[in-house]
Design a protein around this ligand. Structure first.
Ligand code: MG
Length: 242
Protein backbone atom coordinates (compact mmCIF):
# COMPACT_ATOMS: atom_id res chain seq x y z
CA UNK A 1 0.00 0.00 0.00
CA UNK A 2 1.34 3.43 -0.91
CA UNK A 3 1.94 6.07 1.68
CA UNK A 4 0.12 8.80 -0.18
CA UNK A 5 -1.82 9.56 -3.34
CA UNK A 6 -1.10 9.29 -7.07
CA UNK A 7 -4.27 10.93 -8.33
CA UNK A 8 -3.78 14.38 -6.85
CA UNK A 9 -2.68 17.54 -8.69
CA UNK A 10 0.98 18.33 -9.17
CA UNK A 11 2.51 20.99 -6.96
CA UNK A 12 4.21 23.95 -8.70
CA UNK A 13 7.28 22.68 -10.53
CA UNK A 14 5.52 19.53 -11.69
CA UNK A 15 7.77 17.21 -9.68
CA UNK A 16 5.60 15.99 -6.80
CA UNK A 17 1.86 15.59 -6.35
CA UNK A 18 -0.04 16.85 -3.31
CA UNK A 19 0.50 14.15 -0.63
CA UNK A 20 2.89 12.28 -2.96
CA UNK A 21 3.97 9.11 -1.13
CA UNK A 22 7.07 8.72 -3.29
CA UNK A 23 8.53 12.03 -2.20
CA UNK A 24 11.78 11.47 -0.20
CA UNK A 25 11.22 10.93 3.50
CA UNK A 26 12.69 13.57 5.80
CA UNK A 27 15.96 12.24 7.23
CA UNK A 28 15.86 11.05 10.80
CA UNK A 29 17.79 13.36 13.12
CA UNK A 30 18.03 12.36 16.75
CA UNK A 31 17.87 15.32 19.13
CA UNK A 32 20.34 15.56 22.00
CA UNK A 33 19.19 14.37 25.41
CA UNK A 34 19.71 17.81 26.90
CA UNK A 35 18.35 21.10 25.57
CA UNK A 36 20.83 22.81 23.27
CA UNK A 37 23.04 19.75 22.81
CA UNK A 38 24.19 18.75 19.33
CA UNK A 39 21.68 16.57 17.45
CA UNK A 40 22.91 13.45 15.67
CA UNK A 41 23.85 15.15 12.39
CA UNK A 42 25.45 18.28 13.87
CA UNK A 43 29.06 19.24 13.26
CA UNK A 44 30.56 20.14 16.62
CA UNK A 45 32.90 23.14 16.49
CA UNK A 46 33.67 23.31 20.21
CA UNK A 47 32.91 20.51 22.66
CA UNK A 48 34.37 22.16 25.74
CA UNK A 49 37.71 20.37 25.76
CA UNK A 50 40.06 21.95 23.20
CA UNK A 51 40.61 24.65 20.60
CA UNK A 52 42.02 22.16 18.08
CA UNK A 53 39.39 23.23 15.57
CA UNK A 54 40.22 26.91 15.93
CA UNK A 55 42.93 29.32 14.82
CA UNK A 56 43.79 32.96 15.35
CA UNK A 57 41.75 34.73 12.68
CA UNK A 58 44.45 37.24 11.79
CA UNK A 59 47.19 34.81 10.79
CA UNK A 60 46.00 31.20 11.12
CA UNK A 61 48.31 30.45 14.06
CA UNK A 62 46.96 28.35 16.97
CA UNK A 63 44.09 29.93 18.92
CA UNK A 64 45.26 31.11 22.35
CA UNK A 65 42.05 31.58 24.29
CA UNK A 66 41.61 29.81 27.62
CA UNK A 67 39.78 26.48 27.84
CA UNK A 68 38.53 25.28 31.23
CA UNK A 69 35.48 23.69 32.82
CA UNK A 70 33.83 23.00 29.48
CA UNK A 71 34.01 26.52 28.10
CA UNK A 72 36.44 28.79 26.27
CA UNK A 73 37.16 32.32 27.44
CA UNK A 74 38.57 35.33 25.64
CA UNK A 75 42.16 36.12 26.54
CA UNK A 76 42.38 39.86 25.87
CA UNK A 77 44.96 40.70 23.26
CA UNK A 78 45.09 37.19 21.82
CA UNK A 79 42.76 38.23 19.01
CA UNK A 80 39.66 37.08 17.21
CA UNK A 81 39.51 33.31 16.66
CA UNK A 82 38.15 31.39 13.68
CA UNK A 83 37.07 27.84 13.00
CA UNK A 84 39.26 25.79 10.70
CA UNK A 85 36.04 24.63 9.11
CA UNK A 86 34.50 26.90 6.51
CA UNK A 87 30.80 26.68 5.74
CA UNK A 88 27.91 28.65 4.31
CA UNK A 89 24.18 28.56 5.04
CA UNK A 90 23.55 26.81 8.34
CA UNK A 91 21.74 26.39 11.59
CA UNK A 92 24.13 27.47 14.35
CA UNK A 93 23.89 26.97 18.09
CA UNK A 94 26.21 28.38 20.72
CA UNK A 95 26.09 29.53 24.31
CA UNK A 96 27.86 32.47 25.91
CA UNK A 97 28.24 34.12 29.30
CA UNK A 98 29.22 37.72 29.88
CA UNK A 99 31.68 38.34 32.76
CA UNK A 100 30.32 37.81 36.25
CA UNK A 101 32.47 40.69 37.45
CA UNK A 102 30.83 43.74 35.88
CA UNK A 103 32.99 46.56 34.64
CA UNK A 104 32.70 49.19 31.94
CA UNK A 105 29.57 50.51 30.31
CA UNK A 106 27.81 50.65 26.95
CA UNK A 107 30.01 48.92 24.34
CA UNK A 108 32.75 48.48 26.96
CA UNK A 109 30.90 45.86 29.00
CA UNK A 110 31.04 42.17 28.10
CA UNK A 111 31.62 42.83 24.41
CA UNK A 112 32.35 40.03 21.95
CA UNK A 113 30.67 38.91 18.77
CA UNK A 114 29.65 36.02 16.58
CA UNK A 115 30.99 36.62 13.07
CA UNK A 116 29.19 34.51 10.48
CA UNK A 117 31.50 33.70 7.57
CA UNK A 118 34.02 35.92 9.35
CA UNK A 119 32.19 39.04 8.16
CA UNK A 120 28.70 39.38 9.54
CA UNK A 121 28.52 40.12 13.28
CA UNK A 122 25.71 39.20 15.61
CA UNK A 123 26.63 41.25 18.66
CA UNK A 124 27.54 39.75 22.01
CA UNK A 125 27.32 42.32 24.83
CA UNK A 126 26.38 42.52 28.49
CA UNK A 127 23.26 44.64 28.08
CA UNK A 128 21.87 43.72 31.48
CA UNK A 129 21.00 47.12 32.94
CA UNK A 130 23.48 48.59 30.45
CA UNK A 131 22.03 50.59 27.54
CA UNK A 132 24.01 51.29 24.40
CA UNK A 133 23.24 52.40 20.86
CA UNK A 134 20.40 50.11 19.72
CA UNK A 135 22.14 48.67 16.66
CA UNK A 136 24.95 47.60 18.98
CA UNK A 137 22.71 45.83 21.50
CA UNK A 138 23.26 42.15 22.21
CA UNK A 139 21.75 40.26 19.27
CA UNK A 140 21.97 43.25 16.93
CA UNK A 141 23.12 42.80 13.37
CA UNK A 142 25.90 45.17 14.29
CA UNK A 143 25.56 48.67 12.87
CA UNK A 144 22.45 47.71 10.88
CA UNK A 145 19.47 46.35 12.82
CA UNK A 146 18.69 46.37 16.55
CA UNK A 147 17.22 43.13 17.93
CA UNK A 148 13.47 42.90 18.44
CA UNK A 149 14.12 42.45 22.17
CA UNK A 150 16.86 42.73 24.77
CA UNK A 151 16.76 39.16 26.06
CA UNK A 152 20.11 39.00 27.88
CA UNK A 153 20.48 37.19 31.18
CA UNK A 154 22.39 38.53 34.18
CA UNK A 155 26.19 38.83 34.04
CA UNK A 156 27.85 35.45 34.49
CA UNK A 157 24.76 33.46 33.47
CA UNK A 158 24.68 31.35 30.31
CA UNK A 159 22.73 32.51 27.27
CA UNK A 160 21.92 30.57 24.11
CA UNK A 161 22.01 31.71 20.51
CA UNK A 162 20.15 29.79 17.83
CA UNK A 163 20.80 31.23 14.40
CA UNK A 164 19.61 30.37 10.90
CA UNK A 165 22.06 31.84 8.41
CA UNK A 166 21.45 32.15 4.68
CA UNK A 167 24.71 33.04 2.95
CA UNK A 168 24.69 35.66 0.21
CA UNK A 169 25.19 34.57 -3.40
CA UNK A 170 27.55 36.32 -5.79
CA UNK A 171 27.72 36.08 -9.56
CA UNK A 172 30.58 37.75 -11.43
CA UNK A 173 31.42 39.92 -8.46
CA UNK A 174 27.85 41.08 -7.91
CA UNK A 175 25.63 40.13 -4.99
CA UNK A 176 22.54 38.55 -6.58
CA UNK A 177 21.02 37.15 -3.37
CA UNK A 178 21.68 39.03 -0.10
CA UNK A 179 22.27 37.34 3.24
CA UNK A 180 19.36 36.66 5.58
CA UNK A 181 19.51 35.80 9.25
CA UNK A 182 17.07 34.55 11.89
CA UNK A 183 18.26 34.82 15.48
CA UNK A 184 16.90 33.55 18.79
CA UNK A 185 18.48 34.60 22.10
CA UNK A 186 17.38 32.41 25.00
CA UNK A 187 14.47 31.21 22.85
CA UNK A 188 13.26 34.73 22.07
CA UNK A 189 13.20 35.81 18.43
CA UNK A 190 15.47 38.80 17.74
CA UNK A 191 15.46 38.75 13.92
CA UNK A 192 13.01 36.97 11.65
CA UNK A 193 14.78 36.29 8.36
CA UNK A 194 16.26 39.78 8.34
CA UNK A 195 18.01 40.86 5.15
CA UNK A 196 21.52 42.18 5.77
CA UNK A 197 22.80 45.33 4.07
CA UNK A 198 26.26 43.79 3.75
CA UNK A 199 29.12 42.89 6.08
CA UNK A 200 28.88 44.53 9.51
CA UNK A 201 31.15 47.42 10.33
CA UNK A 202 31.84 50.26 12.79
CA UNK A 203 30.69 53.82 12.07
CA UNK A 204 30.35 53.37 8.31
CA UNK A 205 27.78 52.27 5.79
CA UNK A 206 28.26 48.89 4.24
CA UNK A 207 27.81 47.13 0.93
CA UNK A 208 28.40 43.59 -0.26
CA UNK A 209 31.84 42.69 -1.50
CA UNK A 210 32.26 39.31 -3.18
CA UNK A 211 33.69 36.55 -1.01
CA UNK A 212 33.85 32.75 -1.17
CA UNK A 213 30.59 30.79 -0.70
CA UNK A 214 31.92 29.40 2.59
CA UNK A 215 33.74 31.02 5.47
CA UNK A 216 34.73 30.44 9.10
CA UNK A 217 32.74 31.14 12.22
CA UNK A 218 34.69 33.74 14.17
CA UNK A 219 34.44 34.93 17.78
CA UNK A 220 35.58 38.41 18.74
CA UNK A 221 38.24 39.47 21.22
CA UNK A 222 36.96 42.89 22.33
CA UNK A 223 39.05 42.82 25.51
CA UNK A 224 36.33 41.38 27.77
CA UNK A 225 36.30 37.98 29.50
CA UNK A 226 33.35 36.52 27.60
CA UNK A 227 32.89 32.73 27.66
CA UNK A 228 31.54 30.37 24.99
CA UNK A 229 30.50 26.73 25.03
CA UNK A 230 28.51 24.11 23.12
CA UNK A 231 29.08 25.36 19.58
CA UNK A 232 27.69 23.32 16.69
CA UNK A 233 26.10 23.77 13.30
CA UNK A 234 24.08 21.90 10.73
CA UNK A 235 24.39 22.78 7.04
CA UNK A 236 21.15 24.23 5.71
CA UNK A 237 19.74 22.28 2.79
CA UNK A 238 16.63 22.42 0.70
CA UNK A 239 14.27 19.55 1.47
CA UNK A 240 14.60 17.58 -1.73
CA UNK A 241 18.39 17.69 -1.60
CA UNK A 242 18.38 16.08 1.82
MG1 MG B 1 31.15 42.95 19.35
Amino acid sequence: MGLGYDDTPFLPGGHWRVHDGNRPQPPIVTPACECGGPPSDAIVLFDGTSLDGWVKAADGSPAEWKVENGYMEVVPGKGQIATKQHFGSCQLHLEFATPGVVKGESQGRGNSGVFLMGRYEIQVLDNYDNPTYPDGTVGAIYGQFPPLANAIRKPGEWNSYDIVWEAPVFVNGKCVVPAFVTVFLNGIVLHNRKQLLGPTNHRVLTDYVEHPPVGPLELQDHGDLVRFRNIWYRPLRDYDEA
